[in-house]
Each structure stands twice: as C-alpha cells, then as structure tokens.
Design a binder for this molecule. Structure first.
Ligand SMILES: Cc1cc2nc3c(=O)[nH]c(=O)nc-3n(C[C@H](O)[C@H](O)[C@H](O)COP(=O)(O)OP(=O)(O)OC[C@H]3O[C@@H](n4cnc5c(N)ncnc54)[C@H](O)[C@@H]3O)c2cc1C
Length: 344
C-alpha cells in the first residue's frame, strides 16, 4: 500500500492548485486522476485576471495558447453591449496538464472508487493510505459522494446542462461573445476564440427550468449554431458533447475530519455565469493553506458571482491592460500542435 500525507483526488484546476501549494511547503502529496493528462475537459476556457494572479502566471511565459480580450461582447435581445474588461481564453486540454506538471506533485492514473476511514486518516481502494484527503474530482467526486453528500446535498434547481464543442476554426472576430436568454434559454450561449485558430462555442442553461418550459438544450444549440453560421463562424462543423455541473448554492460543510472538498466537488461555480475555474483554484489554495498552517478551511474569499470580478476588471482596466497587453490577439490560422479536439 502506498502512503502519503495528503492525497488529492482529481488533477483539474482545484487539485493541481492544492498540489502546487502543498509541494511548495514541502508536503508529501500524491495526485490521483482517472484520466491520463493531457485530458479533455469540456469548458469554454475563459479565465479572469484573478485566476492569473492566484496562479502567479507570467502570461508572457505561458507556453500554450492564450488570448487576451480587451472587452466582452454581451448580447441581450436587441441590446448589444461591448463591456470593456480584460479577460483571457486558454484551452483546458493544455492549461490543466501544464498546471498539473508545474505543481511538481507525483501523479498516478487511478479511478477512485472506495474511500474508507483508517484511524485519523483514509484508505483508498485498499491501495493508498493518507492522513489528509482533498476531494477535487469535479461534479462526480468520490470524496464528495462518500463523505459530504448527506451533509451538503446539491440543490437540483442549481444544476446546469451544457453542450459545447472546441474546434479548429480560422475565426476572424477575436472578441468573446455572450448571448443571454436568447429564445428563452434560462442561461447563455458563448463564442470564445482561442489563440492560433481554435474556437469554443456552447450553450448552458438551468436544467429544471428547461424541463419546465418543455425545452431541450439541443434546440438552443441549433439556434446558436444557425446564428453563428450566418454571422461569426460560417462553414464551421460541430459535434457537440454534453456535461452537467452545479452553480453555487449554500455551501455548508466543506471539511471534516482531515477531508476537504474543493471546486466543482463543492459546487462552487458562480451563480451568475457558471464560472468555475477561478473558484476551483481559490478553494484549492485555501485547502492547502488549511493543511499547511493548520487554519480552518474557509471559502469566504471564493467569489460566488462573476459580475463583481468583471466590474473590478472594468475599473482597473487601464493598469491591467498594460500588464496583460503583451499577448497579441492573433486571428485564426491553424494550430501549432495540430491536435484535433476529438482525438484528445
Ligand atoms: C461546457 C462548460 C463550459 C465551461 N466554461 C467555463 C469557463 O469558460 N470558465 C470557467 O471559469 N468555468 C467554466 N466551466 C466550469 C469549469 O469547467 C469547472 O468549474 C472547473 O473545471 C472545475 O474544476 P475542478 O478542478 O473542480 O474539476 P474538474 O476540472 O472537473 O477536474 C476534476 C478531475 O477529477 C477527475 N476525477 C473525477 N472522478 C474521479 C475519480 N473517481 N477518480 C479519480 N479522478 C477522478 C477528473 O478526471 C478530472 O480530471 C465550464 C463548464 C462546462 C461544463
């Protein structure tokens, strides 16, 4: 049986950030993930300046695709508003693998199934023993399921369903576009260009409200792609995939007896826009800090709404733009690494 002080289930942004901080403090940590990295993660890949700061990323040195937007284009019915604020796009396939590698933490590909208590620690699948356990396994995290679900049930009205596809596409419009409530969608759809000829498009909506209105997310996907065909992405071909996760509701118990839940496992994606990368990263930092400093695990500074962050970026635009403007907005033009989304 392999032993470590801290075992992290899940190597996404929450898990790799916790691992990074724990390694920096010299803690004996092991990350388990059922996937081999780089792995596919359905996500628009939009990140905020807070994410860049929390991860201490030097944008100039980031070795993969990263695009900086000086504005978001928000569409609401007939209203079309450019919102001046600095945001970025990355490809999750690259970003997550890079973060995990940068953490310097040992990694094993392993699908966690059984978690049992063992004195003041845990035994995982009779193969791993640890004193501390961090659940960073996303919506279906086994640490959440085994230790937290009953104490912290998820609210079905906060479940969102999504459809998205990331494709190679020679886009010409380098802005990020968001359409709210189009055709009665209880959510929004997006067009997010990535550096060097990649594009992510998708729709997301509250599952219960879709059902109540007799709607299907696929109808909204059809509306979106028809609109893109006529305007922003003519000739693009899609084969979308679906994923579901939870927006932030009440977050009651997130740690108990040397176990923690972080990111989507704790249901931390923002209530307004479903932004989950930032909250995953911040909660990973806080879980590591709780272990290293013996402090309570607190999520008070993990934002529950994206609007505040966008407003901060709008008002701090002049200064941040100068910090982040080094990355060019390049139009499409073919991928550097030539990997297709479906082959990943
Ligand atoms: C379509 C879509 C678009 C999105 N767009 C954005 C966006 O643009 N910006 C944003 O901020 N957020 C976005 N989100 C939300 C964001 O993707 C998540 O909130 C974020 O990935 C959460 O990170 P995490 O580390 O908690 O979980 P994840 O990134 O899901 O990582 C969890 C990891 O745990 C592993 N795992 C799961 N079960 C097990 C197991 N049993 N054993 C071992 N390993 C396991 C998985 O393989 C995975 O690697 C989007 C989500 C969707 C679905």
């Amino acid at each position: 049986m392999r032993s470590c002080d801290v075992l992290i289930v899940g190597g996404g942004p929450a898990g790799s950030t916790a691992a990074w901080q724990l390694r920096r403090a010299g803690v004996d940590v092991l990350v388990l993930d059922r996937e081999r990295f780089p792995r596919l993660k359905l996500c628009a890949g939009w990140i905020t300046p807070e994410v860049v700061r929390d991860l201490d990323i030097d944008l100039e040195a980031y070795p993969h695709r990263l695009l900086t937007f000086p504005r978001l284009r928000v569409h609401l019915g007939r209203l079309h508003v450019p919102v001046a604020c600095v945001q970025h796009s990355i490809r999750r396939f690259e970003f997550d693998a890079w973060l995990l590698e940068r953490s310097g933490a040992p990694f094993e590909q392993h699908n966690v199934r059984r978690i049992a208590r063992d004195g003041d620690g845990f035994v995982i699948d009779d193969a791993f023993r640890c004193r501390w356990l961090i659940g960073a396994g996303g919506t279906r995290c086994p640490v959440y399921r085994t230790l937290f679900r009953e104490l912290n049930p998820r609210a079905s009205e906060l479940q969102i369903v999504t459809l998205e596809h990331e494709i190679q596409y020679d886009w010409q419009d380098s802005d990020c576009h968001l359409w709210f409530f189009a055709h009665g969608l209880p959510g929004y759809s997006w067009y997010v260009p990535k550096e060097q000829g990649w594009l992510n498009v998708g729709v997301g909506g509250i599952a219960e409200r879709l059902k109540r209105g007799g709607q299907d997310i696929r109808q909204h996907w059809a509306h979106l792609t028809a609109m893109l065909e006529g305007r922003l992405a003519p000739g693009a071909r899609y084969d979308p995939s679906g994923y579901s996760y939870y927006l932030r509701g009440r977050v009651d118990v997130v740690s108990r007896d040397h176990a923690f839940i972080t990111g989507d496992a704790a249901g931390l994606a923002t209530r307004d826009l479903g932004e989950g990368i930032g909250p995953a990263i911040r909660s990973g930092l806080r879980a590591a800090q709780a272990i290293v400093a013996g402090e309570p695990y607190r999520l008070e500074d993990v934002t529950g709404a994206s609007v505040g962050s966008i407003a901060r970026s709008m008002f701090g635009r002049a200064t941040r733009a100068s910090v982040f403007s080094g990355r060019r907005q390049t139009p499409g033009g073919g991928p550097a690494h030539g990997l297709r989304h479906r082959d990943q």
